[in-house]
Design a protein around this ligand. Structure first.
Ligand code: PLP
Ligand code: COI
Length: 340
């Protein structure tokens, strides 16, 4: 059965869709097994698995894109592999070698070709690599066994409307502690963020903005994405903090802004009371791609950047440049594209 005829590619959001195959590899006695693809999307775990009690787990998120001529490619997959190793080290989990990570992702894409949104639909295949500590051990210490798995699903826009501006509200909650695990992609950060997200959504905002956990004066993250602003004198600015996720999209935009758009760029403190500096603002990430920020609600007032309905010209140019590279329409910097 050809799934391509069943899914409405243009209407895809960011919801779980069961695809045909996922990759599993187990770590035991100091080494990873060979790994395999399976059709079963249910995991069977010991009830005292440390991932279930103490959150010993980490994950990644990356996309495979179909190009105009039908090729399939990843965007900066090596960076996801490296970041996962960093998360593993922080939680005392065994690292997954970069080659194993990449090969597992390739196997999953090749086994689920029917689910890759065609070029031009705005969709892509989102891959979710994940590692969890398993084996029954109730003490607060690293697990004795681990599972590395990768599944995938076709996705469209993460925030409704994609490149349509949306509004965010500043949260009173912190997402991660300074010197905590904010720089790693670990489940605990996301569990801690759900209440803030729910409050923002109930108040009619797309998501929340987190401030720095020490002074609550500086912007950290925009939900599950990094923040960037374009100053009125055309500089690309993004927060510098040890409690935000080092976004691969953000580092890509820093490069594109500097080398393709010839802008000055910097990672620096972004004070919530100095939003007037910016002509435009956006959220960036694998799922979010670039989502223009219409306005930020803080202290009973909505600060609107460029417009609540129109995308600013620099944000638009950055989006066009980034997505053209991801889709193979524009040559990116060397090493950014991995053809499958
Ligand atoms: N910040 C958080 C908290 C995230 O979950 C993500 C998503 O991965 C990002 C930022 C963006 O990171 P990346 O561009 O590597 O996807
Ligand atoms: C991503 O952009 O890959 C994310 O992980 C964001 C979110 C869906 C958790």
């Amino acid at each position: 059965m050809d799934k391509k005829t069943e899914l409405n590619w243009e209407e895809l959001g960011f919801d779980y869709i069961k695809t045909d195959y996922r990759y599993l590899s187990y770590w035991n006695n100091g080494s990873w097994d060979e790994g395999l693809l399976t059709k079963d999307n249910v995991l069977k775990l010991g009830e005292a698995s440390p991932c279930l009690h103490y959150g010993q787990q980490c994950f990644e998120g990356l996309k495979a894109y179909q190009t105009k001529n039908g090729d399939i490619q990843f965007f900066r997959i090596d960076q996801n592999a490296k970041r996962m190793q960093d998360s593993c080290k922080r939680l005392l989990m065994p690292i997954i070698p970069e080659e194993t990570f990449i090969n597992a992702c390739i196997d999953v894409v090749k086994a689920n070709l029917a689910y890759i949104p065609p070029y031009g639909t705005g969709g892509s295949l989102y891959l979710r690599p994940m590692m969890i500590g398993i084996g029954n051990s109730i003490a607060v210490k690293p697990a004795s066994e681990y599972l590395f798995t990768v599944f995938c699903m076709p996705v469209g826009a993460y925030f409704k409307g994609g490149m349509t501006p949306v509004n965010f509200m500043v949260s009173d909650y912190d997402r991660a502690a300074s010197n905590g695990t904010g720089q790693q992609k670990v489940g605990g950060n996301y569990a801690a963020s759900m209440i803030a997200h729910e409050i923002a959504e109930k108040k009619g905002f797309a998501d929340c903005i987190y401030l720095d956990p020490i002074t609550h004066t500086k912007i950290e993250e925009v939900g599950a994405a990094n923040f960037f602003g374009i100053t009125k004198d055309n500089r690309f600015i993004t927060p510098n903090s040890n409690s935000i996720l080092p976004s691969i999209t953000k580092y890509s935009l820093l490069h594109l802004a500097e080398h393709f758009l010839k802008m000055e760029t910097s990672e620096e403190d972004v004070y919530i009371d100095e939003l007037d500096l910016f002509a435009e603002a956006g959220a960036c990430g694998t799922a979010a791609v670039i989502t223009p920020i219409g306005g930020i609600f803080h202290h009973h007032r909505l600060h609107v950047f460029y417009s609540e309905t129109e995308v600013g010209p620099v944000t638009k140019k950055l989006y066009e440049t980034l997505t053209a590279i991801q889709l193979g329409d524009l040559a990116g910097p060397s090493g950014w594209i991995y053809k499958i």
